[in-house]
Design a protein around this ligand. Structure first.
Ligand code: OGA
Ligand code: MN
Length: 296
């Protein structure tokens, strides 16, 4: 049977696609191929709405269309959905006076634009968020298309950044997050050893589409190799300001049942703040493995 879906692009430049007429319970090889193509053709951002979970396993089967579903070894087991090590709870929900979800309190500015786990190799190819509970306002997620952002740079800037290498570090990120999130513990020695700082290209080549993109999760980046911190930081900030302009971004205003999948190799995303003292937000997150970026 041929699957019939309707689609709508999410930004004028064609970054992001919303698919309707597809139900997660229809996940099979054929729908996997159609959705993967739509995802790749639109810069790695796919939005589905009104998805109901018969069981959390529906979510595992859906994400498995795109790659092998990862487990969440580096997270506190309290944050995982019981019986589903693939599913990480993200949000501010509590159990016995403690968060039972990974809670990141965001600042309104600057937003924490990042791709997931660029400080480990291999990094997850894609991540998916499913909305269980959303606050009435705020708590959105912004997405930015890094291939379009790269293509929008001046030729002078493209040649200036060509071949530059950045250092990505989990510990750097954790220290930065702890400023606003004192509930977050320092990184354990074991995690530090498992995730030493790594070198990453500033301009990445996508392994499937071969499109070049800015690879710029600023909050993971300690600096540019071989460049003084003041010069490096100024350059990275200038690039980020360019990359997250309105024309390259889409913000998801979450409703329960929304499902978004993104490509960590060529997009950035960022949570926006919400009134976490008065409202609950709960998302289920899954990540999948896949081919890795190379230096462009
Ligand atoms: C994530 C993430 C953003 C959000 O789950 O990796 O960055 O809005 N989430 O919850
Ligand atoms: Mn993330």
């Amino acid at each position: 049977m041929k699957i019939r879906i309707d689609t709508r692009t999410l930004t004028p430049d064609g970054f992001g696609i919303e698919v309707s007429g597809f139900d997660m319970s229809q996940s099979d090889d054929q729908s996997g191929q159609v959705l993967t193509q739509a995802f790749l053709d639109h810069g790695g951002l796919l939005v589905l709405r009104d998805q109901t979970l018969e069981t959390p396993n529906d979510l595992c089967q859906f994400t498995a269309l795109f790659g092998e579903v990862e487990h969440n070894e580096k997270y506190d087991p309290r944050y995982l959905l019981p019986d589903y090590p693939e599913i990480l709870r993200i949000g501010n929900t509590m159990e016995n006076g403690q968060y039972n979800a990974l809670f990141i309190r965001a600042d309104p500015s600057p937003l924490l634009w990042h791709c997931d786990d660029s400080f480990r190799h291999p990094q997850p190819m894609g991540s998916c968020l499913y909305c269980v509970q959303a606050p009435p306002s705020g708590g959105e997620t912004g997405f930015a298309g890094m291939a379009a952002a790269y293509e929008g740079l001046s030729e002078t800037m493209k040649s200036r950044i060509d071949g530059l290498v950045t250092i990505h570090s989990y510990d750097h990120l954790n220290k930065l997050l702890r400023r606003r999130n004192p509930h977050r513990p320092p990184l354990s020695d074991a995690l530090k050893q498992e995730h030493p700082p790594i070198r990453r290209p500033l301009v990445a080549c996508h392994p499937v589409t071969q499109r070049k993109s800015l690879y710029l999760p600023l909050c993971h980046i300690e600096g540019i190799e071989g460049m003084a911190a003041t010069e490096g930081d100024a350059l990275l900030e200038e690039l980020q300001a360019h990359a997250v302009q309105e024309r390259y971004t889409y913000f998801q205003h979450w409703q329960p049942g929304d499902l978004v999948l993104w490509d960590n190799r060529c997009t950035l995303h960022a949570p926006t703040p919400f009134d976490d003292e008065n409202y609950s937000r709960l998302m289920y997150r899954l990540t999948v493995t896949g081919p890795q970026i190379s230096a462009a």
